[in-house]
Ligand binder design. Structure first.
Ligand code: IVH
Length: 658
């Protein structure tokens, strides 16, 4: 290939790769296969190595590998990068609108349109494109001067190295300064922190710190190793395009290849903004990245200009903040708490503090390994975090605040509840009380779980009541709980005749349950509600389930070897068999299905098949019982072979099970 042909080919490959990169990373909707992409990439790299002078700054080969720098150069923003004033209540949001109306002299009847965007918890960045080519990237800094992080920004897959025009949008402008937020997704954050924990390195407090740290690396290869991402949401200086509103901006940026946040909304009134805030708060935990609030912007750029800015914040926008999910507080003590399965968990007793909108006085430390790795000590100042519904956790100690009076936590040698020896199984992280259900703590947890909402759902059977029943020796087993009488209950603290009668009625009601609930209620290790349902659906009857081998259990969809071994070991225990007999005696019932194909399913599983309740093209056989109906029909459509149970068992050389 001569130089001219190579230059042309390289140009074409760059454009293609740039577009496919956008389809893959920004749209999440690739139009070519990974192999085709890799082939084009390799071809471009080969041309560039034969003709090094053809290496262009927007070549996808230039995303990684820039040499480390000694320091980050300063970068002066052409237009200051502003920050936002916060509001934290509907009242303050209404004040924001009131101020705008006053300044613009708008009557309450004239609508103002707003745009809302999630306030992604990351780092503000400015990207500068000259004639469509990425020429610089900088951090916000103090808003006037930031740091030049161009080589690092180039490694972010969703930052286009060159803009392109789409048929539906305007031409690529002469100059585009676009601002946005660089962030790291929640799961990537957890992966990085987990790795640091294993390596004994200090943890990042939150995704924002990680994103900031990654973006400000002196070695771009370090940045490249962190899965950073970006959402664009504002303009600096622009030349060569006229945009009139925030909403139009958010539609236009992607047409040039720049990613925007899909959760942005247009709102026609401040009431609609308030409704969107509530809706976003409800969606918060479902997003793949952390957000700390919602940014509210006046949509119209003309109105924005009339409103202007005071000191460092625009008058036309605010950040409507969620309650913070992190707080610092003091670790008063670490106590050992005994759970349902006897696992002893170190729990942090902390000076009460508000986290994520609720007051917290305890936080989990997971296990002793984690206490050691995080080097958390009694008396430390700590960072606690409460994400969504999960239990608050101790993120890390603030070592700078240590006085020397802090104490290291030791796991007790005896169970703090029953005094039995504490043991640690070979290869396990957890410490456990060796007394099993002889331990009152485990017994109480077992009963609490049994009566809980997703298990038997005994209305009114709360924690305090179970404590009393166990402490007074009135209840030792699940069957005892179901056999309680109004006379026994009426003797307890704060229990009148009426409530005793209500409770007995609730017990009677809860006795008639389903197999799935019962299996979950038994509190078998590793069996959550979903797995319990899968086991129940599959086995149809408790005795079937109890009789299944580990191999048969493993063949059930979603059941792995750990779960299978746990179920098998549970039912192999004599005392469990006895407990189930006593539950039945106490009047517990659950409908069981002697499924038409149950015999075949068990035999198939034993023969190494993976039985499934749905039919697809991948299905080898469908074994049709009397009520096969739609599935047999689907099998026929897909050309999947249909067998009767007898035929199938004959095929396996097995005898039908009852
Ligand atoms: S607009 C003049 N939009 O919040 C408008 N900011 O305190 C300037 N942020 O420094 C910012 N998501 O780092 C805007 N959708 C969004 C944002 C956002 C996050 C950050 C940004 C800024 C800070 C404002």
């Amino acid at each position: 290939m001569d130089r001219t042909a190579a230059a042309e080919r390289a140009q074409k490959l760059r454009e293609e790769l740039c577009y496919h990169n956008y389809r893959y990373y920004v749209c999440d909707d690739p139009v070519i296969s990974d192999a085709e992409y890799d082939r084009a990439f390799a071809e471009l790299a080969a041309i560039e190595s034969s003709f090094p002078e053809l290496v262009a700054p927007d070549s996808p080969t230039q995303r990684v590998g820039a040499a480390p720098v000694a320091y980050l150069p300063k970068y002066a923003h052409r237009l200051p990068m502003l920050s936002l004033q916060n509001v934290t209540s509907a009242g303050e949001l209404a004040d924001f609108e009131g101020r705008i109306r006053r300044l613009l002299e708008l009557e309450a009847t004239v609508p103002i349109r707003f745009v809302t965007e999630p306030k992604v918890d990351g780092v503000a960045i400015e990207l500068v494109y000259v004639q469509g080519l990425l020429t610089s990237a900088s951090t916000r800094g103090d808003g006037i001067t930031g740091e030049d992080i161009t080589p690092n920004a180039r490694t972010i897959r969703t930052v286009p190295l060159r803009l392109f025009a789409s048929p539906a949008g305007p031409a690529v402008p002469e100059l585009l300064e676009v601002r946005g937020e660089v962030y790291i997704g929640r799961s990537a954050f957890e992966t990085v922190n987990q790795r640091r924990l294993e390596a004994g390195e200090e943890l990042y407090a939150n995704p924002r710190n990680l994103a900031a740290g990654s973006l400000r690396q002196l070695d771009p290869r370090e940045t490249a190793a962190r899965p950073l991402d970006v959402f664009c949401y504002a303009l600096g200086t622009v030349k060569g395009v006229a945009l009139t509103s925030q909403w139009q901006l958010l539609q236009t940026l992607p047409s040039w290849g720049l990613p925007t946040n899909g959760e942005a909304r247009q709102c026609d009134s401040i009431a609609a903004v308030e409704a969107e805030f509530r809706s976003l708060a409800a969606r918060r935990d479902d997003l793949a990245y952390e957000i700390d609030g919602m940014v509210v912007k006046v949509d119209d750029f003309g109105l924005q200009e009339r409103l202007g800015a005071i000191s460092r914040s625009p008058r036309w926008a605010v950040a409507y903040k969620f309650p913070a999910r992190e707080a610092t507080t003091q670790l008063v003590d670490i106590v050992a708490s005994v759970g349902r399965t006897g696992v002893i968990t170190p729990v942090a007793v902390i000076a009460a503090v508000e986290v994520g909108g609720v007051t917290v006085s305890r936080a989990t430390l997971h296990n002793l390994d984690e206490v050691r790795k995080k080097d958390v000590r009694i008396g430390d100042w700590i960072l606690v975090r409460r994400a969504g519904d999960v239990i608050p956790e101790v993120v890390k100690p603030i070592k700078e605040r240590r006085t020397g009076a802090e104490r290291v936590f030791e796991m007790p040698e005896k169970c703090p509840v029953c005094g039995a020896a504490v043991v640690r199984d070979e290869g396990e992280v957890a410490f456990r009380c060796s007394a099993g259900l002889q331990c009152a703590a485990q017994r109480k947890e077992m009963l609490r779980h049994f009566a809980s909402r997703d298990a038997l759902n005994i209305d009114g059977m709360g924690e305090k009541l179970i404590d009393q029943l166990v402490d007074r020796g009135l209840v030792a087993s699940r069957a005892d709980l179901l056999s309680l009488t109004a006379a026994t209950l009426a003797n307890l603290d704060r229990m009148g005749e009426k409530s005793a009668a209500n409770l007995v009625a609730a017990i009677d009601h809860a006795k008639h349950t389903t197999l799935a609930r019962l299996v979950y209620a038994l509190g078998i290790r590793h069996i959550g509600e979903r797995t319990a349902r899968a086991l129940a659906d599959y086995a149809g009857a408790l005795d079937h389930l109890a009789a299944m081998s580990v191999a048969e259990l493993t063949a059930i969809a979603d059941v792995g070897p750990v779960v299978a071994a746990s179920v098998h070991a549970f039912f192999a225990d004599e005392s469990v068999v006895e407990e189930i007999r006593r539950l039945r005696q106490a009047g517990a019932t659950w409908p069981e299905t002697a499924r038409a194909a149950a015999g075949a399913t068990v035999a198939a599983a034993a023969a190494g098949a993976r039985p499934s309740s749905s039919v697809s093209r991948k299905t080898d056989f469908v074994i049709a019982g009397a009520d096969a109906g739609s599935k047999a029909q689907k099998a026929a459509q897909l050309g999947v072979r249909i067998l009767s149970e007898e035929d199938f068992l004959a095929l396996l050389g097995a005898a039908p099970l009852s």
